[in-house]
Design a protein around this ligand. Structure first.
Ligand code: B12
Length: 222
């Protein structure tokens, strides 16, 4: 298993799309938990690619190839995630904030919430604060979930919470945030209700949020 995970991590790191298809098939044939493979294989590969990018050992085309390879892995494995849709768990409007086009983590969170019984409305990437509020209202959402991978875009998470307060809508929606540069401190500072580090953590945390009647000062997170 650890050999397979490291082959998957390498294939994503080096953007080897043909190889990832075969490795995904190996995962399916051996009935291995897709979430574990995505996290410990795929995410590990992208982390190492991100590190190389930071150290100027990899460049934008490699980042794109790595991202595309990861998407193939997720697309192949998602249908094999264990479906827990036994009861309606709540309605989530999710998106990547304005200025940010990263969607692999956001998609993973959306899919994992969905297979765990949440009704998920995915607004995509580069989502403005206006669009988040409009679509959350239109869909009568319980939770607004925001993803950001760029430090420069994380500000829009704060803008959304501030707007909800100003427009007297803060109690209508629970707000959860996540993504690479986001941590519990940031979530607390901007007045979000919850933070989660991973897609599995997001499910656990959103379930917790659904149990809470009123928003509180205490941040919930995994
Ligand atoms: C792949 C990638 C890209 C791809 C994205 C493809 C796509 N469709 O998403 C492309 C090539 C397009 C790209 C572009 C850029 N990128 Co880029 N990219 C990455 C890389 C390597 C991987 C990101 C990823 O998908 N990780 C895997 C997923 C599964 O992890 P994740 O997103 O973190 O999500 C998990 C958790 O965070 C959490 N989560 C995520 N969202 C949410 C939401 C909620 C509500 C919750 C609860 C949890 C949660 O759950 C997820 C699953 O466990 C990262 C490095 C890294 N290690 O993150 C750099 C990185 C994010 N990119 C970076 C940069 C700088 C850029 C560019 C500006 C580069 C450039 N010069 O143009 C552009 C920006 C474009 C834009 N406007 O958005 C920097 C960001 C630095 C910063 N902190 O601001 C990073 C960190 C690389 C680096 N080390 O410098 N990138």
């Amino acid at each position: 298993m650890s050999d397979l995970l490291s082959r998957i991590s390498d294939a994503v790191r080096w953007g080897r799309k043909d190889e990832i298809e075969k490795l995904a098939e190996e995962v399916i044939a051996n009935n291995i938990d897709p979430i574990e493979v995505i996290q410990k294989g795929g995410v590990a590969g992208l982390d190492s690619l991100g590190q190389a990018f930071e150290e100027l050992e990899a460049f934008l085309p490699e980042l794109m190839m790595g991202g595309e390879t990861m998407k193939i892995l997720i697309d192949k494995l998602s249908p094999h995630m264990e479906n827990q849709k036994s009861a309606f768990a709540g309605k989530v409007v999710i998106g990547t904030v304005k200025g940010d086009l990263h969607d692999i983590g956001k998609n993973l969170v959306a899919t994992t919430l969905s297979v765990n019984g949440f009704n998920v409305v995915d607004l995509g990437v580069d989502v403005s604060t206006n669009k988040f509020i409009e679509l959350a209202t239109q869909n009568d959402a319980d939770i607004i979930a925001m993803s950001s991978l760029l430090t420069t875009s994380a500000y829009y998470m704060e803008e959304l919470v501030t707007r909800l307060v100003k427009e007297d809508m803060r109690s209508k929606f629970k707000v959860i945030v996540g993504g690479g540069p986001i941590d519990p401190n940031w979530a607390k500072t901007i007045g979000a209700d919850a933070y989660a580090r991973t897609a599995v953590g997001a499910v656990k945390t959103c379930k917790e949020l659904m149990k809470i009647e009123k928003i509180s000062e205490t941040l919930i997170g995994d």
